[in-house]
Every structure is written in C-alpha cells, then in structure tokens.
Design a protein around this ligand. Structure first.
Ligand SMILES: Cc1ncc(COP(=O)(O)O)c(C=O)c1O
Length: 465
C-alpha cells in the first residue's frame, strides 16, 4: 500500500494553496489579531470587510479539459438547426425514425418489476446480483463451457462495460505479473475504442501500446502485423481483444485467424482481456458472436471478459456490465473475486439493481429470452439493411473507390475510409456528423436520409481529396 501511495505525485495541500493565494492581497495584516480567523472562510470575510476584491478560487489553476469527442459531436448535432442534419457519430442504436429504442422485452420486464412488491431498494452484495452474474456469464461462455462445468469461473457485476474494464484493469495492475506491476505492457488494437487507453491509464498502467489491426489500404484486418506485434510483445503482456464487432473498424478475425492468434498468445504467455460490448450485433446470433471468447476458454486460457449490456439490451444509462473471470481452478477464482470485492468497495461500493434485474429476469425465463433474441435480431437486421442500401447507392452514383467494405464490415459501425478533410466537409457543409476517423454508426442511417447521406458522401469524395 505504501509503495502504491508513493507513486502518487506529491502536491501541496489544495487548502493551503488556496489560503496562501487568499492571503496575498492582505499579506501585511495579522489576521488573527483582527479576529477574522485563519481559515479560507475567515480570510474571505476579512477581504469582504476591507472592501477588497474577492480573492481567486482554489480551483483557478485547474486547466480546461478537452471535451469527449463523441459526446461533443452529439451536442453539436443537437444545436444544429439545419433540417437535413444527420447524426452518424453516436454509439447507440436508432430506429428507422431516428429514435432511441426501448426493446419491447425490456419494457415488458420493467412493468413486471414495477409491480413486484417483493423487490426493494436494499444494497446489493458488493459483487452484484447473483442471478445476473450467473446468467450474464452463461450467455458469453455458453451453457456447456468447461469453465462453468469445472466451476472455475466467476464474475463481478459492474457499471457497464466501462466499469467491467476498469475493475479488471485495476485488478491486473494490483495483482498480475507481480504485485502492483504498473509497467506490464497493455496492448490495444490500432485503432480501438478510444476509452481503452484512458481506462488502463486510470488503473495505473504506464506502458500502453498498440498492436497493428487495421490495414487502411486493403480496408481489412492486418493479420500479419497483428501476429508480428504479438510475437514481439514481452511475455505476460496484456492484450485487449474485441470479442466481436470491433469498434471502430467493424472487422473481426475469422475463426481461422483467431486460431493463429491463439497459437501465438499461448506460446508467448499473453493475457487475453476480451471486451464484449456488442454480442448479437455482429451476426444477430448470440452464440456465433461469442465464438472467439468460447474458443479461448476451450483452449485453456485464463482470461477476463468485460461484458456490456448497454447495446444489446438498449440499457445504456442503466449501466449494466459484468466482468467474467476464467481461471485454472475454483480456488484461484475465489481468491481473485475476494480481491475484486476490495476493488469494488472503494470504487462504487455496490452496483445498481434495476438494469441487472431486467437482464437477469430476461435471461432466466425461456420465453423472455427468446423474445430478447428476436429484439436483438431486429436491431442487427436493420443495420444490415442500411449497409446494403448505402453501398448500393454509392455504387449507383459511381462514387470513386470501392464500397464493398460497407457490407463486409459488421456490427454497429463502419470505418468508411473517408479522410479527415472529407469528414470536415460532411460536418460543415452537409450537417452530417461523424467521427474524424471516418467511423459511422450505421444506425444513424434511415430510409429517409439514405439518399441525402449517399449523395453527400459522393460529393465529399469527388470534391475533397
Ligand atoms: C468497444 C467498447 N467497449 C466498451 C464500451 C462501453 O460500454 P458501456 O457503455 O457499457 O460502458 C463501448 C461503448 O461504446 C465500446 O464500444
């Protein structure tokens, strides 16, 4: 503990700093003699009594942080009065009317829960709602998983996928590859969901690297680069892997490519930390989308898997996530979970119940489960339709370049290959909002705005290089 604390930069007490600054305009006065007291409040009273300008705030040295790009984009979109505007930036599902969708099965379960008088608002256990943890883990690992049969898996309810990643990262920094080994390299794909860097950095890791993933020229996976980077990574490095529907490229390894990845990771003792935020969104089929995670478990890896139910249940603001831990045996998992309890206790103490109850109720009831799978398929199918429609429009317009990647990519996002300048043109001239990387959320497309978006992309590609 002492060692960990010593890593923190030493800084003067904020209160003392504030008081020094407050004292500066009146530094020749003996404050106590004037009876104003020595604390900041007393100084403020004194300054006011003497008619001096209010001293500066104790926060005056706090720098303004940059806004989070994707949230800023949505704020800009909201403020844009142009009726043609389209938001392709947001990371959430939208209906063909451009509206958020409360899944019908979720609404049904919410009503059931509201009427259930046996429920209350007592604290949940630190590790979360047991029936949520079990059911959630089972849809990732599969009912016949050897890790479940051999009782060598456990899980922790978390605040969304982000929370699951955060506690997983915190645990690894504290206990993996030595105690408090903040210098273990953590590899994230290039590119990746931008928060991966932030989350592992916040957990204390200081050596966050990228592994090659996206081949811009061929608009596909750079398998050779990826495997080389794994070969060259120090043993026991941590690799963050997208379980399916890679964000932002929409490009996943095939089963044959995963086999090659597994072979290097095993040989080099690399730790797989899966991020599963889109189960069901790749293929519309939950089992197919969990293939990679299950394959690693079958191959005998010890691993973490951060699950998010934000997208596939549409429960974004309920913050429903689950961190799955697969170990070599039950005893290891029990000890890991005991440490997870310590981590959760100081982060959020215990998790919220509503979203976890919705997921647990749905997954544990065969009829609701079937209905949920249909709801997921509705979302996945709409995305597939928008992919086909956009590609066919761009091809019909004769837009320079190839557009097959739009339908070959999977999940919510497409990495269009548009340049930063072309993106700027779309945002500034066409009121079409997308990320500077050229990533678009297919759900932002609707049957009503497809023509406008396609002709605008055509214009951007032909006019702006
Ligand atoms: C790849 C990836 N991981 C994790 C998350 C986090 O999801 P949550 O909102 O559940 O924290 C997201 C959300 O956009 C994501 O795209």
């Amino acid at each position: 503990m002492a060692e960990r604390e010593s890593l923190l930069p030493t800084r003067p007490s904020v209160q003392r700093l504030g008081r020094d600054r407050l004292l500066s305009p009146v530094k020749d006065f003996r404050i106590d003699a004037l009876g104003a007291g020595a604390g900041p409040g007393g100084v403020r009273a004194l300054a006011a009594a003497l008619g001096l300008a209010m001293p500066s705030s104790i926060f005056s040295d706090v720098p303004q942080a940059q806004p989070v790009v994707v949230f800023k984009l949505t704020a800009d979109f909201r403020e844009d009065p142009d009726p043609r505007k389209v938001n392709l930036g947001v990371g959430a599902y939208r209906t063909d009317e451009g509206q958020p969708w409360v899944l019908p099965v979720v609404r049904k379960v919410e009503l059931q829960l509201a009427k259930n008088d046996s429920l209350n608002h007592e604290y949940l256990p630190i590790l979360g709602l047991p029936e949520f943890r079990t059911n959630a883990s089972h849809i990732a690992l599969g009912e016949d998983s050897p890790a479940i049969k051999e009782k060598r898996m456990g899980s922790v309810q978390a605040l969304g996928g982000t929370g699951a990643l955060r506690i997983g990262a915190e645990f690894l920094r504290r206990w993996y590859n030595g105690t408090n080994n903040a210098s273990t390299p953590v590899y994230v794909s290039a590119p990746t969901w931008e928060n991966h860097n932030g989350v592992f950095g916040a957990a204390g890791f200081v050596d966050i690297r990228t592994y090659r993933y996206w081949d811009a020229a061929k608009r596909g996976l750079d398998l050779k680069g990826l495997l080389q980077d794994m070969e060259n990574a120090p043993e026991f490095s941590i690799f963050v892997l997208h379980a399916c529907a890679h964000n932002p490229t929409g490009t996943d390894p095939t089963p044959e490519q995963w086999e090659k990845i597994v072979s290097v990771m095993k040989r080099r003792f690399l730790f797989p930390f899966f991020d599963s935020a889109y189960q069901g969104f790749s293929s519309g089929d939950l089992d197919k989308d969990a293939w990679a995670v299950r394959y690693f478990v079958n191959e005998g890896f010890e691993l973490f898997c951060a699950q998010s139910f934000s997208k596939n249940f549409g429960l974004y603001n309920e913050r429903v996530g689950n961190l799955i831990v697969v170990g070599k045996d039950a005893d290891n998992v029990v000890r890991v979970l005991s440490q997870m309890e310590k981590i959760v206790r100081v982060l959020w103490s215990n998790p919220p119940a509503q979203g976890a109850r919705i997921v647990a109720t749905t997954l544990s009831n065969p009829e609701l489960f079937t209905e949920w799978k249909e709801n997921v398929k509705t979302m996945a199918d709409r995305i597939l339709l928008m992919r086909t429609e956009l590609r066919s429009r761009l091809e019909a317009l004769g837009t320079p370049g190839t557009w097959n990647h739009i339908t070959e990519q999977i999940g919510m996002f497409s990495f269009t290959g548009l340049t930063t300048k072309q993106v700027e043109y779309l945002v500034n001239e066409k009121h079409i909002y997308l990320l500077p990387s050229g990533r678009i959320n297919m759900c932002g497309l609707t049957t009503k705005n497809l023509d406008y978006v396609a002709t605008s992309i055509h214009e951007a590609v032909t006019k702006v290089q």
